[in-house]
Write a protein that binds this ligand. Structure first.
Ligand code: GLU
Length: 509
């Protein structure tokens, strides 16, 4: 399918540099790329941009693709993850890893050298550093002064020999047109004009023979027939250079769409601290993939309706670049918590138990020792308030503790009661629970009727009975209500455990 603004079939790409974890900003941009592609039934390509060999991290591509796959983002072509979890090339435009395409870049740089759109630069690092210092001192923009741009053919040949003898290679720079302006048309940011005179003669091939990002991205996007370049706002300043490189080749540039920055709530630039921004860490904390997708979709996009909860399929249906905002999107984790809790509430108890098991196990709970019915009853009690799965072990720890809770006598006594009455009330509750039928003990509603009847009969007040009951069973000042807690512990751990917990509380008074 083609999109309305361009008659080419939609082909997009995610072009990560394999330098480590998946930053939420990159994941959001990639999500928009993916939603756009699926919306137009296009082809989504994965290209590995590993031209900066000093920044490579072993296994980074696999890791990134696994995280994206968990979120439901997959690729049709390129260096993609196979079922065994390894990278495999698929498609006719390969190789899709830039370090395996060096011969291609060699051919293409020759074309630019031949048509004088590129030139060799022999300047030493010392000269460039010196130049930079001078420009900064004069408050001029730091850029290359085009020193090597007008060398004669003889000068170039003799410098080449000199470099060869020393075992070095010159870099190749782009010859930016000296006059005129370059217009970038962006599907989100609109038209942006740049005076060519302020654009730097960018290095295209480095002295190690590798292309720079700027050169490789243009050559590859063209050869891979990419129709839409969808990437982060931070690449806007590079785009006029890319447009000029397309022109120098005589190629038509793809459509560009830059996605707005993601900001902290105080509008500062989002931190790079991995624990705060890595998608894998959000997943580890127990944010559900579908909630993260939904949340990220709203970082810079708005369906312009009231609806906030969207499945991936609905996002694909509704997503369009026209509804992407220019202004930075705030990463609001309060909203993420809310969204995640909505997705948690929508899960069945059985599904939630499966999702919760790794978290309980990591906290030392042997989940195999407890019945599914018990685990499901526990999540049922917490799911209405739960923000993320990682919070569950702490909230539910008393359900698994059969070796005695910490009971503080100060807390055990209801604020309008006293130790003596509390002692007495707990003894009475023990008597009551000793003779209450199983089907009542199992049901919070029936228990409530019985216990409230018992309170009335003994002319007690609710607080002086229900507070110590709930606290004796949980050891927590905050928990679900006394009837739910009693019925659930009875279901999973039996009458004896209910009696033991009451006994233990009695013994501290
Ligand atoms: N390799 C670049 C990055 O790391 C890709 C930028 C682009 O999409 O053009 O983000």
């Amino acid at each position: 399918m083609t999109d309305s603004s361009n008659n080419k079939p939609v082909r997009t790409r995610f072009a990560p540099s394999p330098t480590g974890y998946v930053h939420i900003g990159n994941a959001r941009t990639e999500l928009f790329n993916f939603l756009f592609t699926r919306h137009y039934k296009g082809v989504h390509v994965l290209r590995v941009e590993d031209t900066d060999q000093s920044r490579l991290v072993e296994g980074a591509v696999e890791n990134m693709l696994k995280v994206l796959k968990t979120l439901g983002i997959e690729f049709d072509e390129g260096a993609i993850l196979n079922d065994a979890g390894h990278i495999e090339e698929r498609g006719e435009f390969g190789p899709y890893t830039q370090s395996a395409r060096l011969d291609i870049y060699k051919d293409y740089i020759q074309k630019l050298l031949n048509n004088k759109s590129a030139y060799y630069c022999f300047c030493t690092q010392e000269r460039l550093d010196e130049l930079r210092k001078e420009q900064i001192a004069l408050k001029q923009p730091a850029m290359y002064d085009r020193h090597c741009r007008n060398l004669s053919a003889e000068e170039v040949a003799s410098k080449q020999d000199e470099f060869k003898a020393a075992g070095k290679s010159p870099v190749v720079r782009f010859a930016i047109p000296l006059e005129g302006e370059t217009v970038v048309t962006d599907l989100v940011f609109g038209e942006m004009k740049y005076q060519n005179a302020v654009l730097d003669d960018q290095v295209l091939i480095k002295s190690d023979g590798f292309p720079t990002y700027h050169f490789a991205v243009v050559v590859d996007d063209h050869l891979m027939e990419i129709s839409h370049v969808i990437r982060g706002e931070e690449w806007i300043p590079s785009t006029p250079k890319h447009v000029l490189i397309y022109k120098a080749f005589g190629w038509e540039a793809p459509q560009f769409a830059h996605m707005p920055l993601i900001l902290n709530p105080d509008k500062s630039k989002l931190s790079k601290r991995q624990g705060d921004v890595a998608v894998e860490d959000f997943l580890k904390k127990g944010y559900l993939p579908e909630a993260l997708i939904n949340f990220m979709a709203f970082l810079g996009w708005n369906p312009k309706t009231e609806q906030e909860i969207f499945s991936e399929q609905e996002l694909i249906e509704h997503f369009d670049l026209e509804k992407v905002n220019k202004s930075g999107a705030v990463l609001d984790t309060v909203k993420l918590d809310w969204m995640n809790s909505e997705y948690i509430k929508a899960k069945s108890n059985a599904e939630l138990v499966e999702l919760a098991k790794p978290y309980w196990q990591a906290a030392g709970v042997d989940t195999e020792k407890f019945s599914s019915a018990y685990l499901e009853a526990i999540v049922e009690l917490e799911k209405a308030r739960l923000k993320k799965l990682a919070d569950l072990p702490e909230l539910t720890k008393y359900f698994f503790n059969t070796t005695g809770l910490q009971i503080d006598p100060e807390i055990l006594v209801w604020k309008k009661s006293n130790a003596k009455d509390t002692h007495q009330n707990l003894l009475l509750l023990q008597d009551l629970f000793r003779i209450t039928d199983d089907d009542v003990m199992n049901s919070p509603e029936k228990l409530e009727v019985i216990v409230k009847g018992f309170i009335a009969e003994h002319e007690l007040d609710n607080g002086s009975v229900l507070w110590p009951l709930r606290y004796a069973l949980t050891g927590e000042e905050k928990s679900p209500g006394p009837f739910e807690v009693t019925a659930t512990i009875f279901l999973g751990l039996g009458r004896e455990e209910v009696m033991n917990r009451l006994q233990q509380a009695i013994s501290v008074l």
